[in-house]
Write a protein that binds this ligand. Structure first.
Ligand code: NAD
Length: 344
């Protein structure tokens, strides 16, 4: 390819990804399967890495999510809500190093930068829902916001209050003066099926997948509609604590959140493991269990367990350097497209 061809390709990819991102994050109506989006995103990332002069300030590779909807009031996140870098595995390869090459690269970088080996990682499913920030002052839920573009999100406090799994008040004699919990709002597979059956019976539009159903249900201007949809929640991070001790590890954070009354995923789905071999074993075991889980996941997430080590590693523009999403192979990509085509 000539330099002009490369620039034209990068431009076309930016335009395409920006449009798909808007459909997915803002309109809750993707027109292509996630695997297709991921493939184009990777292509643009590789082009920009190999030809840094092609990078632009508005590239989707630098951005997090989409714009918040103007119908909601906006909330500025005091701690930005970032994305996650991702890794893929080629499950057709028999050889471990080839199959999990990207995972090995991630672990190698962490070991090099921390000058330690092996690394302890906290593992978790990658929930396929939408990220939410919950703010508690003196133990009372005062604000809930979507991720939006990572800096500014939508104020969905009223809607979040309709989700039974989310504590409105922390049952503690001395709650932290400030606590910001992050997690994923999602719809269980059985609730998604029920909702679509009801929509169909009423002659209303059905949802392409549980993620769209969750996002569409939470981003309603009328919280009575949200209340009728069964939404679930899993906490996966703490962003701020004041007036209480902040646990020193990610696993410790999860245990504490559970004690405070937040739903966190079952212990056997979030083991702390050592090194790349531990991560790969977890990946393969969750991949096997994927279909039997009550909620949809599109991969697993690995986080360096020690918070001191997380701080040492820090962040790049759109993601922490101490965590990565390990995506599962695409599932039912065609079914999704067909479902979308049926709707339009
Ligand atoms: P991401 O969804 O890949 O990863 C970051 C998000 O993961 C977080 O914001 C959080 O909501 C979620 N998450 C789930 N479990 C988590 C856990 N245990 N710990 C921490 N975070 C957890 O990043 P992104 O930038 O929001 O989206 C990119 C992905 O969205 C793409 O890979 C693609 O699959 C999909 N997408 C699809 C389209 C489309 O048109 N089909 C468009 C845009 C994005």
């Amino acid at each position: 390819m000539t330099t002009n061809d490369l620039a034209a390709r990068a431009h076309a990819l930016r335009q395409q990804l920006t449009r798909y991102g808007h459909e997915y994050y803002v309109l809750d109506a993707p027109s292509v399967p996630d695997a297709e989006y991921d493939r184009l995103f990777r292509e643009l990332q590789t082009l920009e890495q190999q030809h840094p002069q092609l990078k632009t300030a508005d590239s989707p590779t630098l951005r997090v999510g989409g714009m918040p909807l103007p119908e909601f009031s906006q909330i500025t996140h005091s701690v930005p809500m970032l994305s996650l870098g991702n890794a893929f595995s080629d499950m057709q390869q028999d050889d471990f190093a080839r199959r999990h090459a990207e995972l090995l690269q991630f672990d190698e970088r962490i070991r090099r930068e921390l000058a330690e080996s092996p690394i302890r990682y906290a593992t978790e499913p990658k929930f396929d829902g939408l990220a939410i920030s919950l703010l508690y002052r003196d133990g009372v839920l005062v604000q809930a916001a979507t991720r939006g573009d990572g800096i500014t999100g939508e104020n969905v406090t009223e809607n979040i209050r309709t989700i039974h799994a989310i504590p409105l008040k922390l049952e503690l004699a001395h709650p932290p003066t400030l606590l910001e919990v992050r997690g994923e709002v999602l719809m269980l597979k059985r609730d998604f099926e029920r909702l679509n059956a009801e929509q169909l019976a009423r002659g209303d539009k059905t949802f392409a997948n549980p993620r769209n159903a969750a996002a569409g249900s939470l981003r309603q201007l009328d919280s009575r509609i949200t209340a009728q949809r069964r939404l679930s929640f899993f906490a996966y991070a703490i962003a701020q604590v004041e007036g209480a001790d902040w646990p020193l590890s990610h696993a410790g954070e999860m245990d504490w959140l559970q004690q405070l009354g937040f739903p966190v995923v079952a212990q056997d789905l979030r083991p702390v493991v050592e090194g790349a071999a531990g991560l790969a074993a977890y990946y393969e075991s969750v991949l096997q269990r994927r279909a039997t889980l009550p909620f949809e996941i599109d991969g697993v997430v690995y986080k360096v367990d020690s918070r001191a080590q997380q701080e040492e590693l820090g962040f790049v523009s759109r993601a922490p350097r101490w965590a990565i999403a390990h995506k599962f192979p695409a599932e039912e990509a065609l079914t999704l497209v067909e479902a979308i085509e049926e709707q339009v």
